[in-house]
Design a protein around this ligand. Structure first.
Ligand SMILES: C[S@@+](CC[C@H](N)C(=O)[O-])C[C@H]1O[C@@H](n2cnc3c(N)ncnc32)[C@H](O)[C@@H]1O
Length: 149
C-alpha cells in the first residue's frame, strides 16, 4: 500500500455541501480550478489536448463509513460500492470534468462537485471504450423510472 499525498487542491465555488446539486438529474456545470502544486506541474505536460479529465480526490470532510445506506434521492438502501456516497471505507472520489483552459499549473474546469480546498490525489485523461448500449445503470435507472412515472 502507499500513503496518499495531495498533488494539488480544488478551488470550487462550494464551501458548504448543501449548495452542491444532488439527486436524480442533478447538473454539475459549476466551474472551478484545479491548482496543482509546483513540484507536480511538469506532470501536466500535454494535458491541454484532452477535453475531459478524471479527477481523483479525497472526501477530506467526511467521517466514517456505512456499508449500506440510502442516497438522498432514493429511500431504498444500497451497498456503498453501488453508490457514490462520501462515507466509504477509503474516502476516495472520482469526478469527470471538462477542461476549459490551462494556465501553467492551474486547470480551469467545468463540472466540479467538490468543496473548496478539497485535496486532489490524481488526474488522468478521460477515456471510455464502452459503447453506450452496453452500459447498465442498475438501481439508479430504476429510481429514475419511478421518479418519471
Ligand atoms: C455524491 S459525492 C460524488 C463525488 C464524486 N463525483 C464521486 O462520484 O466519487 C459528492 C458529494 O460529496 C460531498 N463532498 C464534496 N466535497 C467533499 C469533501 N471535500 N469532503 C467530504 N464530502 C464532500 C458533497 O456532499 C457532494 O455533494
Amino acid at each position: 500500500m502507499f500513503t496518499p499525498r495531495a498533488i494539488g487542491f480544488v478551488r470550487s465555488p462550494y464551501t458548504d455541501t448543501k449548495s452542491i446539486p444532488k439527486g436524480l438529474g442533478a447538473k454539475h456545470d459549476a466551474e472551478g480550478v484545479l491548482e496543482i502544486l509546483p513540484e507536480f506541474e511538469l506532470g501536466l505536460t500535454d494535458v491541454e489536448g484532452f477535453s475531459h479529465l478524471f479527477v481523483i480526490w479525497t472526501f477530506d470532510r467526511s467521517e466514517g463509513f456505512e456499508l449500506i445506506g440510502s442516497p438522498p434521492f432514493d429511500e431504498r438502501p444500497h451497498g456503498v460500492f453501488s453508490t457514490r456516497s462520501p462515507r466509504r471505507p477509503n474516502p476516495i472520489a472520482l469526478t469527470v470534468v471538462e477542461l476549459l483552459s490551462r494556465e501553467g499549473r492551474l486547470l480551469r474546469v467545468r463540472g466540479v462537485d467538490m468543496l473548496d480546498g478539497t485535496p486532489i490525489l490524481d488526474i488522468k485523461p478521460y477515456m471510455s471504450s464502452i459503447p453506450a448500449e452496453k452500459i447498465r445503470r442498475g438501481w439508479l435507472a430504476e429510481a429514475e423510472a419511478r421518479t418519471h412515472k
